[in-house]
Design a protein around this ligand. Structure first.
Ligand SMILES: C[S@@+](CC[C@H](N)C(=O)[O-])C[C@H]1O[C@@H](n2cnc3c(N)ncnc32)[C@H](O)[C@@H]1O
Length: 202
């Protein structure tokens, strides 16, 4: 199966599919962190290359509900942020509407302004604790011709017994140059579930 992993520098999803015998290529404006099939550049260049499946992780900075107050401050509407939000939502929609028969687009919980542009809400919300990692992070999936991802190793009881700072490790990461990368890298358990379940389905 030919799999395009869009907007991925970490190679987590790409390698999960490659290990299971698929031809998988990641694409990002940044270099890949693990040597392998990777295109440095815009994913727009690759969309019409006959992929069987695309998994995409487009930037969420201006789409995420956690940043919505920046848009809605009534006394000082942040026009630059509105513009970037529209640009981000258009890019998300481009991926969602691309001519690839099986697709999953991933993002955090989105605010209503972005959902209005994209046209629909997510199909599923998953958490890392359903896939073997005792942490929470609402991860939304917009699915196209794919079944919902099934939990592979639910460690909720272990997760809930941990202190809040450990349960929400990513939220409490100290400032650093790499903080955004650490926060946005796909969890291994989720990548493996995608490759196991969707690699067989398509
Ligand atoms: C939220 S991060 C996703 C990281 C991913 N989950 C991983 O594990 O590597 C979004 C990524 O999209 C990339 N990106 C932004 N615009 C892009 C484009 N037009 N084509 C390809 N990648 C793009 C950024 O460089 C960034 O690395």
């Amino acid at each position: 199966m030919k799999v395009l992993v869009a907007c991925e520098f970490s190679a987590t999803v790409r390698e999960a599919f490659t290990r299971r015998g698929h031809f998988a290529m990641s694409c990002d404006l940044l270099p890949t962190e693990i040597y392998g099939q990777h295109y440095i550049g815009k994913v727009e260049d690759l969309l019409d290359m006959n992929w069987d499946l695309m998994i995409a992780h487009p930037p969420c900075t201006y789409l995420s509900n956690s940043g919505v107050t920046w848009l809605t401050e009534t006394n000082d509407p942040n026009l630059d942020r509105w513009y970037k939000m529209e640009e981000g939502a258009d890019f998300f929609k481009l991926l969602l509407d691309s001519d690839i028969s099986h697709k999953a687009i991933e993002n955090p919980i989105m605010h209503k302004y972005a959902i209005d542009i994209i046209g629909r809400k997510q199909d599923q919300i998953i958490h890392p604790y359903e896939f073997g990692h005792p942490e929470s992070k609402s991860t939304c999936l917009w699915l196209y011709n794919l079944p919902k991802l099934k939990a592979t190793n639910n460690v909720y009881s272990q997760f809930i017994s941990l202190p809040k700072r450990e349960r929400e490790r990513l939220h409490y990461l100290p400032p650093s140059v790499d903080r955004w990368k650490l926060r946005s890298t796909t969890f291994q358990g989720i990548a493996d579930a995608m490759a196991e379940q969707w690699g067989n389905d398509v």
